[in-house]
Design a protein around this ligand. Structure first.
Ligand code: SF4
Ligand code: SF4
Length: 376
């Protein structure tokens, strides 16, 4: 029995956004799975994952897409999966339909919100901020943005989100779509080191389920033609045999479109120990090239800078509000001083202070007088 597997369930391959850099944009055009998921299939897959939980110690189920919340009965699937103690649910969403599962958010371990900032109006960002702030007692919330052609306005909006939600925005290094990747503007070798010859747990620990219920195993990472495929709803022993396989792959590719071995690095290392693998063949926690890291850090600094400016602007506004209320207090005080009731009160208080100011002197005088009489 395996300790841990990750199931990437693309509940709906369709999406209500249309991002230029979408990792599955090419798949959308080429795959039959690019259609509305069927309610019955969604529920059958959820029950199958539940059944599978008896054969693996722990399963992380990433509900992703496309946009997973576009699946009509996603709430029923969440209900089924959240009942199982060894299943951890993760939702990866563009957040547009989050109200649909508002009451189920506490059932998720992690909620990953993908911003795609250039496709959102200022009003939508403000509405998102308000919703995120209301959600904060639920699942762990991470906000991320693909670091791709971000304009100055985009960076300002990211800083605004950071400032208003108190959550920093994770900038993800751009990963080009898998199919026809040569056609894309950036070279696939620009940002990532070659994984060739490294030990990979794709097909061993990481599996994919498409919206029409096809389980991809073996080398499913690159163009689906080299992967294994089986209907996930086939008799359970067939699925368990695939999931509990004892093999791993030595990567035959020079470019990696996924980051599973890095994201689940600790699980990866623990599993690879069993194979007594040479350390040189293992992935490190960072697979990006220096250029990608530096570009990423530069944008992080730009956002930080905008965040500082926003903080200063808001501090100044607070200060000017304090000055206004101080000026108002001063005006009220001056007005009050000119009223008769205040003048009479002030006169009486001053007199009383004067009279009681004599009290210590009188006490001393009387004490000294008494001691003189006694001595005499
Ligand atoms: S929101 Fe995500 S899935 Fe939808 S188009 Fe954008 S990148 Fe693709
Ligand atoms: S390309 Fe990436 S996911 Fe595919 S086998 Fe190589 S390292 Fe693994």
């Amino acid at each position: 029995m395996k300790d841990f597997i990750v199931l990437d369930w693309c509940v709906a391959d369709i999406c209500n956004m249309n991002c230029e850099y979408c990792i599955s944009s090419d798949i959308k055009k080429n795959e039959p799975a690019y259609r509305n998921p069927n309610n019955k299939t969604v529920l059958s897959i959820a029950y199958r994952i539940k059944e599978l939980s008896y054969y693996v110690k722990k399963i992380t189920v990433n509900l992703c897409g496309g946009e997973p919340l576009l699946a009509e009965n996603i709430d029923e699937a969440i209900e089924v999966l959240s009942e199982v103690s060894n299943i951890e649910l993760v939702l990866i969403t563009n957040f547009r339909l989050i109200d649909k599962i508002q009451t189920q958010l506490s059932k998720f371990k992690d909620l990953f919100i993908s911003l795609h900032i250039k496709y959102r109006s200022e009003d939508e960002v403000t509405a998102m901020i308000n919703k995120i702030n209301k959600l904060q007692s639920g699942a762990n919330i991470s906000i991320s943005q693909v670091d791709y052609k971000l304009s100055d306005k985009d960076l300002s909006e990211l800083a605004r989100i950071n400032y208003s939600t108190n959550k920093s925005v994770n900038l993800q290094t751009y990963n080009i779509p898998i199919i026809d990747s040569d056609k894309h503007e950036l070279s696939k070798y620009d940002y990532y080191k070659s994984p060739y010859g490294k030990c990979c747990l794709i097909g061993n620990m990481f599996f994919n389920i498409s919206s029409d219920g096809i389980l991809s195993f073996d080398l499913w990472c690159h163009k689906n033609d080299v992967s294994g495929k089986i209907n996930f709803l086939r008799p359970i022993p067939e699925i368990v045999e695939i999931i509990n396989n004892k093999k791993y792959f030595t990567c035959p590719f020079s470019y990696c479109p996924c980051n599973y071995n890095v994201t689940f690095h600790e699980n990866y290392l623990a599993a690879m120990k069993e194979f007594e693998t040479d350390e040189k063949m293992l992935f490190k926690w960072e697979t990006r090239k220096k250029k990608a890291i530096l570009m990423n850090q530069l944008n992080v600094l730009k956002i930080d800078n905008k965040l500082n400016l926003l903080e200063i602007k808001n501090l100044k506004e607070d200060l000017s509000k304090t000055e206004i209320s101080f000026a108002r207090l001063k005006k009220d005080y001056t007005g009050m001083k000119s009223t008769w009731s205040w003048r009479i009160g002030f006169f009486i208080t001053e007199k009383l202070k004067y009279i009681f100011g004599w009290t210590p002197f009188l006490k001393n005088y009387l004490r000294n007088k008494n001691s003189d009489t006694n001595d005499g």
